[in-house]
Design a protein around this ligand. Sequence first.
Ligand SMILES: Nc1ncnc2c1ncn2[C@@H]1O[C@H](COP(=O)(O)OP(=O)(O)OP(=O)(O)O)[C@@H](O)[C@H]1O
Ligand SMILES: [Mg+2]
Length: 393
Amino acid sequence: MDPVRNPYAPGAGQRPPELAGRDRELQQFEVVLERVARGRPERSMVITGLRGVGKTVLLNTFKSMAIQRLWGTGKIEARPEQSIRRPVAAALHMAVRELAPRHRAPERIDEFLGVLKAFAMRDPSAAKGTTHWSPGIDVPAARGRADSGDLEIDLTELLSDAAGVATDLGVGIALFIDEMQDVPAADISALCAACHELSQIGGPLIVVGAGLPHLPSVLSASKSYSERLFRYARIDRLDREAADLALIVPAEEEGVAFTSDALDALYEAADGYPYFVQAYGKVAWDLAPRSPITAEDIKVSAPEAEEELAVGFFGSRYERATPAERDYMHAMAQLGDDPVATAEVADALGRKPSSLSPARDSLIKKGLIYSAERGLIAFTVPHFGRFLRAQPV
Ligand SMILES: Nc1ncnc2c1ncn2[C@@H]1O[C@H](COP(=O)(O)OP(=O)(O)OP(=O)(O)O)[C@@H](O)[C@H]1O
Ligand SMILES: [Mg+2]
């Protein structure tokens, strides 16, 4: 069928034509926004899940919901070993820029921007002598606020000042952090402390995160009270009904249907994982000669979809691993698809567990595996074990 009208959207952070099966999370976030705006105590939300289940897309949807309520919003994507100071400054700059035109007292905005600039300029990793901050804030940097160099103190002051600006307007500010598991440990701890402080003064600013399944344990290792700050929403594969909707609704808009056998075959192939649903849907659409799309069309198109996934979804990640890390993952894959004990992996490789810690740690850092519970590890990428087992070693 006409590829120009193909509605499906496989790709990182690509907005799906139909956001299926996330009603519960959307409702929860509505409640969070409403309660925070009213100054009620509320835990913020942190979305967790495997690669390609739709965390980024959901986070972006939350952001749109906040914007609809006239909140100020900003978003960062955390990177390993990169301090969040500058990215947070840039994100809050965006958030306050959204609010500024509606604010009646421009000097309040300028005051905040001065603090923001001072905060950003304390970045210890910035090259010496580069005191100016490129995203052009014209006001001079303030002194004596958010500029101590201690991220915990500075964040607390910055976030509460930002919340103050939002309070003037009767709205809130939401700061979104994607790949939150990659925020460096010291920064996570500062961030939690700042959120903790803010929740005590009831400021209308929330930090909303998304990350891999071990994010809750990263947060609680950092601050024992993190469970009282965040409500964790683990998102997963779509159930049959939701996966069908994700395919049917966009097709219907183009006057295209699926036979029920085709939907059976698609669910079998994609296993409900949102990325796979989009990937198989897209190729099936392109190769099907006419509506309705049949089980035969799925059978014909599946190999091409798998090939695209092997390159774009699995291969691009596999490429990031060193030979030693690949051996480690192959050994994991041979042990099955459930979380496996690190000791078992060592056994399978005929090595001492301690000698494998560097490979394991760096795979965790690269976001390819995660520690499911103590001593157990699993792939962050769905069906990765199957992909590896099909690879020539
Ligand atoms: N609820 C949904 N219904 C249908 N498709 C979805 C849904 N959520 C996400 N998708 C699709 O799944 C794909 C992956 O989404 P997204 O990039 O948000 O995943 P992710 O969890 O952030 O992955 P990663 O961990 O790799 O960053 C996209 O192509 C998106 O369109
Ligand atoms: Mg993502």
